[in-house]
Design a protein around this ligand. Structure first.
Ligand code: AMP
Length: 413
């Protein structure tokens, strides 16, 4: 097995750049994929975020394009599901290509189209795009895909989850028949496989983590807890363990906002990131989290997709994911590129079935532990009293509004 980037066939210029960025040893997916990409083979790769997959396709693409003549046409297209991932892939590729003449342009929705249009018209060797916004640019003839020799589908499973299949079909119709296709996905349900077979031509298969398994470096634990005590448990864990950076997953947008507010009341700096927020607000929350201004980032599955946060130690599944595959995506945020990480899941009684689905998918049992003081069924007396009081005052108000009097049923008019 190769152990250096030069063994993989990359040029010395690029290796020099990587060295300057502190990247000396290729990760597993890079070792397996790069030689095939350089040989123009189609690649079907099973690799989750955090394995170094962006460089696995980005480095050979940059190497090839930078050593062939620039034509002003777009020669590589990278399709991604979310704006955050688009921006992250752009940042990574731009740093790898810093000593080349390549123009790299990123296009995604939710921001002004004007600047993107100017950049595309100025000539983009590599375009990184979310499907919807790319179609806007294609319909308006801001960019052509006629000269694309290599197309990458990154996080293909999530693109399907987000309903991008019709957009992808429209885009692939505009791509040359003869081309190289690279397909990356963390999970391989039947419909992901179907999409892959449709797009790929005799691909080399690369599977770096066993299918549907979680990153080996992640230590996992499930805490059974009553659903009304989850926020209290989270605040307790953050304080008791002195966690400085924790990514928390909730199932709904409203839930993410509410939890961020509750943590703030407990004196924990928190921000939420979800699809209802503007791109600016999402970016600010992410920047504050990365810089340490915010200790807890509360996210929904869709919003969290593609977040690249270096050395994230702690992920909390505040709500168990509805889709078992999301568990893999969620905990892929920790234990990145060989770092140790912890993934904790809060499970209420109602969520037992969701845990079972995850265990079936992973073909393993996740360890469970009852935390003293938070055992399920244990009643927090203060909290219950408070709830009972507010419930009875709500009832009184309701009865007064309806004109209901004790013992007499509804008031006669
Ligand atoms: P990705 O799976 O592409 O999201 O990458 C996860 C993280 O690993 C990113 O922060 C990369 O900068 C980092 N990374 C990628 N390749 C390497 C490498 N060969 N050595 C160390 N870190 C890497």
């Amino acid at each position: 097995m190769s152990h250096t980037f030069s063994d993989l066939g990359l040029s010395s210029e690029l290796i020099h750049t990587l060295s300057g960025l502190g990247l000396e040893t290729p990760t597993e997916v890079q070792q397996h994929a790069i030689p095939h990409v350089l040989r123009h083979s189609d690649v079907l790769a099973g690799a989750q975020t955090g394995t170094g997959k962006t460089a696995a396709y980005g480095l050979p693409i940059i190497d090839q394009l930078s050593t062939s003549p620039q034509t002003g046409e777009t020669r590589a297209l990278i399709l991604v599901p979310t704006r955050e991932l688009a921006q992250q892939v752009f940042d990574n590729l731009t740093s790898y290509a810093q000593h080349t003449q390549l123009n790299i342009v990123v296009v995604y929705g939710g921001v002004s189209i004007k600047k993107q249009t100017e950049q595309l018209k100025a000539g983009a060797d590599i375009v990184i795009a979310t499907p919807g916004r790319l179609l806007d640019h294609l319909f308006n003839k801001h960019v052509s895909l006629n000269a694309v020799g290599c197309v990458v589908f990154d996080e293909a499973d999530r693109m399907l989850d987000m309903g991008f299949m019709p957009d992808i079909q429209r885009i692939t119709k505009r791509l040359p028949q003869t081309r190289q296709t690279l397909f990356f996905s963390a999970t391989f349900e039947t419909r992901v496989k179907t999409m892959a077979y449709r797009l790929l031509n005799d691909p080399v298969e690369v599977q770096v983590t066993p299918q549907n398994s979680t990153a080996e470096t992640v230590i996992q634990m499930v805490y059974p807890v009553g659903k009304h005590r989850k926020s209290e448990l989270l605040a307790y864990l953050i304080g008791a363990n002195n966690w400085q950076q924790v990514l928390v997953f909730t199932k709904t947008k409203q839930g993410s906002d509410a939890l961020a507010k509750e943590l703030k009341l407990d004196g924990i700096k928190a921000a939420s990131i979800n699809g209802d927020k503007s791109q600016g607000a999402r970016q600010k929350a992410l920047d504050d989290f990365k810089s340490g201004k915010v200790r807890a980032l509360i996210a929904t599955d869709v919003a969290a997709r593609g977040l690249d946060i270096q050395q994230l130690e702690q992920v909390v599944n505040y709500d168990m994911p509805y889709k078992a595959e999301d568990y893999i995506h969620r905990i892929g945020r920790t234990g990145r590129a060989g770092q140790a990480g912890h993934a904790i899941s809060f499970m209420s009684r109602e969520e037992q079935g969701l845990l079972e689905a995850i265990e079936v998918l992973l073909d393993t049992r996740l360890p469970q532990e009852w935390l003293a003081g938070f055992e399920p069924g244990q009643v927090n007396v203060e909290l219950e009293n408070h709830r009972r009081q507010s419930r009875s005052s709500e009832k009184r108000k309701l009865k007064a509004r309806l004109g209901v009097h004790k013992g007499r049923g509804k008031k006669k008019r």
